[in-house]
Design a binder for this molecule. Structure first.
Ligand code: SME
Length: 164
């Protein structure tokens, strides 16, 4: 007999990827499309407590917050490249999965409830142009399945690049 957990996660991610595609296709313009994608991620996954998109501002060497969805706004609307987990992922181009944010010295605190975080770069022409940042209230809320899924979402968002 198959293991229910092993099957549920990929199915949920597969369905959500189709929902993101549909939402992007239905949106009137790029800002709407980006917000719709953020909303799908937030609404489909209980562990995606705060979902935001940051875009690289090359002139300022900073990440700038775009669309987001969660219980509260973050004060970190601009993050210097290299600072925090977001800045690290933007600089390295590597997906960052942090199981316990309080054990990671790079962590830039946004919400007192956050316990874990995943940051997935968005690429265009081989360069990081932005990233998906997700915060969770559970320890170790994210794994490689989330990483692979969000990397696919990131590829869908890349053409919509915007400081929205
Ligand atoms: N925690 C992030 C900062 C962004 S907030 O989570 C929205 C970091 O360490 O870079």
């Amino acid at each position: 007999m198959s293991h229910p957990v092993a099957e549920e996660a990929p199915t949920a991610h597969y369905d959500a990827l189709n929902l993101v595609r549909d939402a992007l296709a239905a949106a009137a313009d790029a800002p709407d499309a980006l917000q719709a994608a953020v909303d799908v991620l937030h609404d489909r996954f209980p562990s995606y407590d705060w979902v935001g998109l940051y875009w690289v501002d090359e002139a300022a060497d900073e990440l700038v917050l775009g669309s987001w969805r969660g219980d509260e706004p973050t004060e970190h609307v601009r993050i210097p490249l290299g600072v925090g987990i977001c800045g690290a992922a933007a600089t390295s181009g590597q997906t960052e999965i942090v199981e316990d944010v309080n054990a990671d010295p790079r962590y830039l605190a946004c919400f007192t409830t956050t316990r874990s975080e995943i940051v997935v770069p968005i690429f265009a022409d081989g360069k990081v142009i932005g990233e998906i940042d997700i915060d969770g209230t559970d320890l170790a809320a994210y794994d490689q399945t989330d990483a692979r899924f969000l990397e696919e979402v990131a590829a869908l968002l890349a053409p919509l690049r915007l400081r929205d």
